[in-house]
Design a protein around this ligand. Structure first.
Ligand code: 5GP
Ligand code: MG
Length: 180
């Protein structure tokens, strides 16, 4: 059993183990396999946080597919408006393709609400969303999650791709901010 870790100035405690993650990823992979086998879907991994989840998920499906990467950045101007800018956009053909967006976590929902809006303007065959973690209490914008790993409380988490100021992405399991 691993114990707490520190990154920069903060302390984190174990929250979701490597085995629990692997079990959920395998289950979602099987669901995707049933839904998409023979359709050659395009997985769009949202950088940076989703890179670990996406790497495991696409392999768990075991189906013929493509993998692409998009990077969005969110800026919060005022409390009520969050603006999202595209740092690395869609530079591949999505027309008539089945798209599966892969995201690490849905917090306010702003990032995905914005990106799903962009995709809905394009003539895709279908768009689905696979998310590892969802914080329902933090949601501000509507987002429809089709494949979900875990619903979690509104607390900051790191590991398995998720960072705290650049650190922790390479931790194999997920940690939660320790409450003092
Ligand atoms: P949104 O608020 O748009 O739903 O989430 C935007 C991004 O905030 C996520 O993709 C993720 O990068 C980051 N984020 C939200 N909650 C957490 C968290 O608990 N831990 C980490 N490391 N990043 C988070
Ligand atoms: Mg992210």
């Amino acid at each position: 059993m691993s114990s707490h870790i520190t990154a920069h100035d903060l302390s984190f405690v174990p929250f979701i183990s490597e085995a629990e993650i692997a079990e959920r990823v395998a289950a979602i992979g099987q669901q995707l396999r049933q839904q998409y086998e023979g359709k050659r879907p395009v997985f769009i991994c949202l950088l940076n946080g989703a890179f670990v989840f996406a790497a495991d998920l696409v392999r768990a499906t075991g189906i013929e597919c493509e993998v692409a990467f998009v990077r969005l950045a969110s800026y919060e101007g005022t409390a009520s408006t969050g603006r999202i800018s595209t740092v690395l956009g869609i530079d591949f053909e999505v027309k008539n393709r089945h798209i599966i967006i892969v995201e690490d976590i849905v917090d306010s929902g702003r990032t995905l609400h914005h990106f799903m809006g962009q995709l809905s303007q394009m003539e895709t065959a279908s768009v689905a969303l696979a998310v590892l973690l969802f914080k329902p209490e933090a949601l501000l914008m509507p987002v429809q999650i089709d494949y979900l790993g875990f619903e979690i409380p509104n607390k900051f988490v790191v590991g398995y791709g998720l960072d705290y100021d650049g650190l922790c992405r390479n931790l194999p399991s997920i940690y939660q901010l320790a409450t003092i």
